[in-house]
Design a protein around this ligand. Structure first.
Ligand SMILES: Nc1ncnc2c1ncn2[C@@H]1O[C@H](COP(=O)(O)OP(=O)(O)OP(=O)(O)O)[C@@H](O)[C@H]1O
Ligand SMILES: [Mg+2]
Length: 230
């Protein structure tokens, strides 16, 4: 950690910039984006399509690196980690829920949920126990032996939440987790996020287009023209 840097928040992004080169054209998607998120806080990230929400979420989740700027999570300066250290940090500390679920179709639901623990070389017996507990919690105890492609969208997203929680992440990132679901099914997913938030152990950043979804969060920030505003 940089000794000169005083950490105030659980997550602190400073002057994050990211641009993409497409042919001869360069688009500056994020220009000097700074954001602080406290431990246990639920922040909604709003913005028009193409405003850079996924780009920012991927950087905050250490999936991609910014062109410039620094990112601290739990006091750890991510910008200083090697690629290998970053992967390890991500697996231990961050859970992702994507709009399109991203379950592995050839595995059953239990195996999908266990995967993050298996990648961390945890004991298989303990992983089975924890995955069963999480699947019970998201209301899928009766589906554990089903393959992912035998489940409905809402069921797959509930399993994806269980998978995201498998390594007890301190940071849970969700990119439009209800975007592909009807409103009743989506409300069930949002109820799960409310429960996780109420436990107070997980910091949540959730991308959404929907103001009503954003209203569930403690705070909403919006991306516009490459900058964050409220
Ligand atoms: N890998 C990439 N290469 C080139 N351009 C990219 C890449 N990823 C994103 N972009 C561009 O960056 C801009 C922001 O994309 P991003 O996916 O972050 O938007 P978004 O706010 O998540 O949009 P949506 O609400 O539609 O998901 C878009 O113009 C997109 O085309
Ligand atoms: Mg997106």
């Amino acid at each position: 950690m940089n000794e000169n840097h005083e950490i105030h928040a659980f997550l602190e992004a400073e002057k994050i910039a990211k641009s993409f080169q497409i042919g001869s054209h360069r688009i500056e998607v994020l220009k000097q984006v700074s954001v602080m998120v406290n431990a246990g806080e639920w922040v909604a990230l709003l913005g028009a399509s193409g405003s850079g929400k996924t780009t920012l979420l991927d950087i905050l989740g250490t999936i991609s690196r910014p062109d410039s700027g620094t990112l601290y999570i739990g006091g750890q300066n991510i910008s200083r980690l090697s690629a290998r250290e970053t992967v390890s940090f991500r697996r231990k500390n961050i859970g992702f829920v994507f709009q399109a679920y991203h379950m592995l179709p050839e595995l059953n639901i239990l195996e999908n949920v266990m995967l993050p623990a298996m990648l961390e070389h945890q004991s298989r017996a303990e992983a089975v126990q924890k995955a069963e507990m999480l699947l019970e919690r998201v209301g899928l105890a009766h589906r554990i032996k089903h393959r992912a492609n035998e489940l409905s969208g809402g069921e797959q997203q509930r399993a994806a939440i269980a998978r995201a929680l498998m390594n007890t992440p301190s940071l849970l990132l969700a990119d439009e987790p209800t975007g592909n679901l009807d409103s009743v099914t989506g409300n069930g997913i949002l109820d799960l996020f409310k429960e996780i938030h109420a436990e107070g152990k997980t910091t949540i950043i959730m991308v959404t287009h929907d103001r009503k979804v954003a209203d569930l969060a403690d705070r909403a920030v919006a991306l516009q023209d490459g900058s964050l505003c409220c």
